[in-house]
Design a protein around this ligand. Structure first.
Ligand SMILES: Cc1cc2nc3c(=O)[nH]c(=O)nc-3n(C[C@H](O)[C@H](O)[C@H](O)COP(=O)(O)O)c2cc1C
Length: 316
């Protein structure tokens, strides 16, 4: 049996090149870009940095899937083609899972689960536009379970797999992800199905695979500040365990992440963009709240380094 695939789920504002690289190094088999607006990308002036950053893949990242969203088949197919032609992506994923109002309001993301005919058209358009693998990311449904129908549709349209977040759009992030419902989707199709929702530990990784019988897992929030989770799940699958990283290791990786961001976007942007990541890295450790407040007032990476140095010493 092939080993289950461990993927870093697409997360807007999070899964950029530096974070994907760190997760790949820690064992993620595949990672997703942040969602990319098909229309936005096609209409952006060539000198707009936002899309350049969104679509950049770094050496050493391994397999990266570009995720697109939109409602117009022609835009989605053209954007998919341009992304595929860049030659750095392992596949194209269509977002039919995002619950955010700014996305569903325009009819994209999980709102497509209310529009099966349009959803099919979009799948078909992207499939016909590119020769690389095409997947779709679903929720369980809009307000009731329909993900099995959409997975069958994906299979009929020649897609290479589906991922399913075990909540409906109406549930947003409330309650627990329904892994049994994901198992039903897995049963409904022959193409690979990837389970998603509430994997925060190595044990969760084993449990979701067992509960769903899926071909792999997408991990979102569990990877925030914790790229080690991928390696921990791999070890657990092999029947062994690895100790959690020490506070020193966590701080070292957080700083490496920060320096990558400085080299990429410049110090001013990096210090601000890294605030959330630093908070995630430090979460749960002694003195984290105080360090976080200090980092949120820092203006240079060397100030952040000083704060983290003292934080580290206080852990000993
Ligand atoms: C900050 C954040 C941003 C997200 N952005 C996207 C996105 O761009 N595309 C997408 O399909 N899902 C997005 N999601 C949803 C995740 O990919 C994932 O489906 C969801 O968080 C459930 O998985 P988890 O329990 O492992 O976090 C986002 C989630 C978070 C927390």
């Amino acid at each position: 049996m092939t080993k289950p695939l461990l993927a870093l789920a697409p997360m807007a504002g999070v899964t950029d090149a530096p974070f994907r690289l760190l997760c790949a190094r820690q064992g993620a088999d595949i990672t997703y870009t942040e969602m990319i607006s098909a229309q936005g990308m096609l209409q952006a002036p060539p000198n707009l940095n936002a899309y350049r950053f969104l679509t950049q893949v770094w050496p050493g990242e391994g397999k990266v899937v570009a995720q697109v969203f939109g409602t117009v088949p022609e835009y989605l197919s053209e954007a998919a083609k341009r992304l595929a032609d860049m030659g750095c992506f392992a596949g194209i994923d269509i977002n039919m899972g995002c619950p955010a109002h700014k996305v569903t309001g325009g009819g994209s993301g999980s709102a497509l689960m209310k529009e099966p005919d349009l959803a099919r058209e979009l799948m078909r358009a992207v499939r016909q536009a590119v020769s690389c693998p095409v997947t779709v990311k679903l929720r369980l449904g809009w307000d009731s379970f329909t993900a099995d129908t959409f997975a069958i549709m994906a299979q009929e349209e020649g897609l290479n797999g589906v991922s399913v977040h075990g909540r409906t759009r109406m549930q947003q992030y409330m309650g627990k992800a329904d892994w049994q419902a994901i198992a039903q989707v897995k049963q409904a199709v022959a193409i690979p199905v990837y389970a998603n929702g509430d994997v925060f530990s190595a044990q969760d990784g084993l449990d979701i695979l067992k509960a769903t019988g899926c071909d792999g897992i997408l991990i979102g929030r569990g990877a925030l500040g914790n790229p080690w989770l991928f390696g921990q799940i791999k070890q657990a699958m092999d029947g062994s365990g690895i100790p959690p990283p020490t506070p020193q290791e966590v701080v070292a990786l957080a700083l490496e992440h920060g320096r990558m961001m400085v080299d990429w976007k410049g110090e001013k942007h990096a210090v601000v963009e890294m605030r959330k990541h630093f908070a995630w890295y430090l979460k749960g450790m002694r003195g984290a709240a105080k360090a976080r407040t200090a980092i949120n007032h820092a203006e240079t990476m060397s100030q952040v380094e000083d704060i983290l140095q003292s934080f580290c010493e206080a852990q000993e």
